[in-house]
Ligand binder design. Sequence first.
Ligand SMILES: Cc1cc2nc3c(=O)[nH]c(=O)nc-3n(C[C@H](O)[C@H](O)[C@H](O)COP(=O)(O)OP(=O)(O)OC[C@H]3O[C@@H](n4cnc5c(N)ncnc54)[C@H](O)[C@@H]3O)c2cc1C
Length: 391
Amino acid sequence: MYDVIIAGGGPAGSIAAEKASRGGLSVLMLEKATYPRNKTCGGGVSQKALDVIGGIDKELIEREAFGARIFLPDYRNFAGMLDDRVAVMTRRENLDHWLARRAEDAGAVVQDGEGVKDVLFTGDYVEVVTSKDRYRSRMIIGSDGVNSTVARRSGIRTRWGADIGMCLEAEVELGETVVDECVEDRLVEFYFIEDRGYGWVFPKRDRISIGIGEFAPRVDDLKGSFNRFVRDVSVQKNIDIEGRISGINSYRIPAGGFERKIHGDRVLLAGDAAGFVDPFLGEGIYYALKSGEIAADVVAGAVESGDFSERFLQEYVTRCEKEFNHDLKSALKFANFAYGHRDLFLKALWRDKRLFMEYLRTARGDRTYTEFNRWCARRSPVTFAKLIVGR
Ligand SMILES: Cc1cc2nc3c(=O)[nH]c(=O)nc-3n(C[C@H](O)[C@H](O)[C@H](O)COP(=O)(O)OP(=O)(O)OC[C@H]3O[C@@H](n4cnc5c(N)ncnc54)[C@H](O)[C@@H]3O)c2cc1C
């Protein structure tokens, strides 16, 4: 019998497996796909996420971002850059494989190509049925992403509500020189062309990630929007991106900041399975890592005390709330304002350079959304003055 079985070996699962193993627990991590596996994602890893990982293999860094260029719906644009790095661009197949190997090095048993099919809860243990075998453990962490089997089989959540978004993304190989021409050095690009979401171009070493995403989708034809977006960007940059797309991936993304159940007797949900994603930016890797780390810690406490009850595991909810989930609620308030008054918000970012810089600092992790929202409230007279009189 394992102390904990971790279903899903993305960032949430791998960091949970690594931390739990280092804490002396016996750990089995089951990953449905075979490494290296891709996950539909921009692959942007913020500085605050890097801080949780505690450094990253240099080989994994495809490009660095110190700021962003923002495009308005009519493609007028402006850029802002910090002296400090905001994020690194990675390829998820490499990042996730590296994180899984770290878990293995820490002592976790990692079995890929083995998906969890069912989870049975008895009074004394958890029985996990996979595509290949059956295993027993004291606890299970569901880090199996947005379509979590563990969330469903444990009865924690049967389906998402209106708090789920959708993204379309393509990785387009352009060659290193064309990527250099395509996106300015040390910047990433955001295109605010949808009502409650955006398009992006993230440069990698020899390719770009180009995509479009919406929270609470109101676009009937996201594929049509994606095609128009790629065509427009191709024209703007005078680079044939459209003709070089070999495949488009679609994937769901949960919006964070909503009250949700994330635990039960002998079970915790982490990462996307728990819905921990920034509802403005769509950043999920940091929250996956943070929640995975906390889950491992709480499981260690449960094993030590021999108490696996929902009541004991409430500690997980409390710590997630304190360490980041309260802030995701502030992020949701910010997202509601920014997307609800999109044109005003974009104009304010453009006119008030300091506002833009403070947001970049928030995205980097130097301040929380709660602090940023307060700062914006204090700053609002200056921002409004700049809106009226120009820069
Ligand atoms: C298009 C798009 C772009 C994004 N861009 C960014 C970005 O640039 N930066 C950022 O921070 N976030 C981004 N996100 C969000 C980010 O991808 C997720 O929040 C993050 O991957 C969550 O990590 P996770 O470990 O919780 O889940 P995942 O990364 O989804 O990992 C879950 C793992 O579980 C496995 N699995 C699923 N079912 C089972 C099962 N039954 N049994 C065993 N294994 C199973 C899957 O194969 C997968 O490996 C983006 C999301 C989308 C959709």
